[in-house]
Design a protein. Sequence first.
Length: 178
Amino acid sequence: MTVVLSVPPAGPAPALRLRPWQPDDLPALLAAHRDPLLRRWLATSLTGEAEARQWLDAQEAGWARASRLSFAVVADADDRSPLGHVVVKPTSAGTAEVGYWTAARARGLGIAARAVDTLSHWALDAQDVVALTRLELVHAGGNHPSCRVAVKCGYVLQDLLPAAPPAFPAEGHRHVRR
């Protein structure tokens, strides 16, 4: 199944598309993961081509099993240079976790919020793919930009999560959208 979502332009910000990751995205994926700020917040950081290929394969397998519905975020006018990533990972009956990251060159442009909001609407409406009624967005407590994205996208702070090393060395926030 191939799903492509359109994100309309917002003021001076260009239109975006959310499309499945492709093998040709490997260089952009590795470039994004070289960013120290991105690595600071991600549980998994890709450092080489083999890891990046495995990650891309996992995205494809996730679509096949409807267990990881991930999208590369690209400018509508430039399909070859992903600006970020958004994903819906079903965790239990009717619930899924939403995750995302934005490449350094695309931060501060409202891309994350627009992509997460579009993904969230789709995930709650895409009953033919997976039946969801609750989305959770979890981020590190010190990641204030992610907190702003969650609130901007209609996610309400549900609770504070204790640290759970090694995957989550610091406390976190769980935001929920229904």
